[in-house]
Design a protein around this ligand. Structure first.
Ligand code: B1M
Length: 229
């Protein structure tokens, strides 16, 4: 079976909310040597976009959306288990930094954030995933407790993006802004949004998140070293 066919089956599995099919596709892709992260983001991701559109147009009901989301969660879980395993197998070298990750208060969408957690771990970061619906105060507390380098927040709703702004404001008010790098992501976020609220980085997907995190960490330590010289 070729890659396009496997990706189409992955999309169908989400649209049809067929868990068995989704898990079979993961195994088929693994056997065919297909990049599982690509399958997750582009194959299953296309299914997610489709159900999102159908829900938006009123063609799909909320229970149907929830059902399809459960299938996406299962497929994501199966793939991340393989990716985390592969990451552990190939993990070497020193830790790149510590990242606190959370979906902001009022937001239950955690599928994308979990993928970001996985790619960052694979790249050598220690990731403390606080889960979803996490208030800004708790995120800051945890970042201080774990001496984090980066605070990453995910927002999928236009109504919860303001929580990312709230976190930036809180960091400023508490005099903590210079102690942490902040990254934002999630479908409604843009580079413009990140700039507007004063976040240090934005990334569109879980692959770019690694690139941005590495760049920001490097920048932080370069300027720290300069100050110590
Ligand atoms: Co909801 N939902 N949902 N939903 N849901 C959206 C987001 C929506 C766009 C659907 C639509 O109408 N087209 C819409 C938001 C509209 C808006 O605000 N503009 C919406 C709505 C309205 C709602 C409810 C309000 C519905 C209701 O109750 N009436 C409700 C809100 C609940 C709440 O949060 N309070 C709701 C509920 C749900 C479910 C529970 C059913 C389920 C979530 C299950 C879960 O996550 N545990 C769900 C789902 C599945 C979706 C869609 C269909 C898919 C989201 C997803 O998982 N995508 C979504 C439509 C869509 O996005 N096409 C939709 C796959 C994932 C891999 O992508 O999350 O974008 P994503 O993550 C990417 C990037 O964004 C990026 O990397 C990830 C991987 O590449 N990224 C980061 C994410 N975080 C990052 C952080 C970073 C960097 C990159 O740095 C820190």
């Amino acid at each position: 079976m070729d890659k396009q066919e496997i990706f189409r089956k992955a999309k169908d599995a989400i649209v049809e909310a067929d868990e068995d099919k989704a898990l079979r596709v993961v195994e088929e892709a693994r056997e065919a040597g297909i990049d599982l992260l690509d399958l997750l983001l582009s194959g299953f991701g296309a299914g997610n976009d489709e159900i999102g559109d159908r829900f938006d147009k009123g063609v799909l009901s909320l229970p149907e959306l929830i059902y399809a989301a459960e299938v996406m969660k299962s497929a994501t879980g199966a793939i991340l288990e393989y990716l985390d395993q592969d990451g552990t197998d190939s993990a070497h070298g020193e830790k790149k930094g510590t990242v606190i990750l959370a979906a902001v208060a009022g937001d239950v969408h955690d599928i994308g954030k979990s993928i970001v957690a996985s790619t960052l771990r694979t790249a050598g970061f220690e990731v403390i995933d606080l889960g979803c619906e996490v208030p800004a105060e708790v995120i800051l507390e945890e970042a201080k407790k774990h001496n984090a380098d980066i605070i990453g927040t995910s927002a999928l709703l236009t109504s919860t993006m303001s929580e990312q702004k709230k976190l930036e404001k809180l960091l400023q008010e508490r005099g903590e802004k210079d102690n942490f790098i902040t990254m934002v992501g999630g479908a409604p976020c843009t580079p413009r949004w990140a700039k507007r609220i004063g976040a240090d980085g934005y990334s569109e997907d879980a692959v770019e998140a690694v690139k941005v995190a590495l760049e920001l960490i490097e920048k932080k330590y370069k300027s720290k070293n300069k100050m110590e010289e």
